[in-house]
Design a protein around this ligand. Sequence first.
Ligand SMILES: Nc1ncnc2c1ncn2[C@@H]1O[C@H](COP(=O)(O)OP(=O)(O)O)[C@@H](O)[C@H]1O
Ligand SMILES: [Mg+2]
Length: 322
Amino acid sequence: MYAIQTKELVKRFGGFTAVGGISFDVNEGEIFGLLGPNGAGKTTTLSMLATLVKPTSGSGTVNGFDVLKDPHNVRKSIGFVFQEPSCDDLLSGRDNLYLHALMYGVDMHNIKEKIDAAFALVDLADKQNLIVKQYSGGMRRRLELARGLLHQPRVLFLDEPTLGLDPQTRQHLWKYIKKLVKETKVTIIITTHYMEEADQLCDRLAIIDHGKIVALDTPGNLKRKLGGDIIKLKVQSPNVSVIKKLKYVKHVKQDDGMLTITVDDANRHIQDILKKVGRVDNVELRSPTLNDVFLHYTGSEIRDNEAEGGVFERMMHSGNNR
Ligand SMILES: Nc1ncnc2c1ncn2[C@@H]1O[C@H](COP(=O)(O)OP(=O)(O)O)[C@@H](O)[C@H]1O
Ligand SMILES: [Mg+2]
């Protein structure tokens, strides 16, 4: 059985299509990623699967339960860590988990042991009695992970779990997410706009742009599929049409005075390209990264400042209601 299945999921807000027909399957025990820029439709997709938002059309199951016909069982079988921080600052970490258990109908039998186990998983046992205000950004995210795991869900939804954290703290959190999967066998569906996060963490990922999946595979296969090496050139007025016609050139992309060329064997052909492309200011040669994959499929790069901020933040600013 798949942990998650979706078929042609669509969400329209008025005349605007936020999610335009998305289909994918997530295996049990897998870390599955949705990678895409701000506004791509990642949170909306998760929200439909978590039964927080009703799909306009299409279908989906989570742990075998239909998101439209059986939302109650879907909710009971999942944990959700939201993009926006949602722990109570003035309560201790432990009281936050206790309150969550009361509010969300977690089986209170052995609740002390369950909370202990959750804290142990994210290494916060020694900090559990501090008020959350005194937690660092990374500790807060770990507390939210622990909270999401409290009722032992079979699928955990993580919406941009490391948004805004510094790179080191982010890496630290990946370690915990991997540990959760290993020790609890939970399935994880995670959204991110960080290439490195998708690369390091996900068994498979879907690249999503403007509400559509544009590619889906393991990070390794996505990179391999691009084929060959990447040559990045800074050229003032490149002869793009000449380069495109070269037999060994697979793909050419022009972006802000940078030319990204995918070729079969860069070492063999670099001289020829340099001769033909025009006046070159800078050369970079390497194997493909997930960033190149993203650029290839979406035609643009994710810049960090574009990617910050979520639905709720935008709703606050625009006074928009759901
Ligand atoms: N409740 C809503 N009402 C109107 N538009 C929305 C609503 N929620 C999301 N959107 C729009 O749908 C698109 C996808 O949003 P979202 O799923 O939050 O993207 P992501 O999580 O990938 O950044 C965005 O353009 C967003 O503004
Ligand atoms: Mg989002």
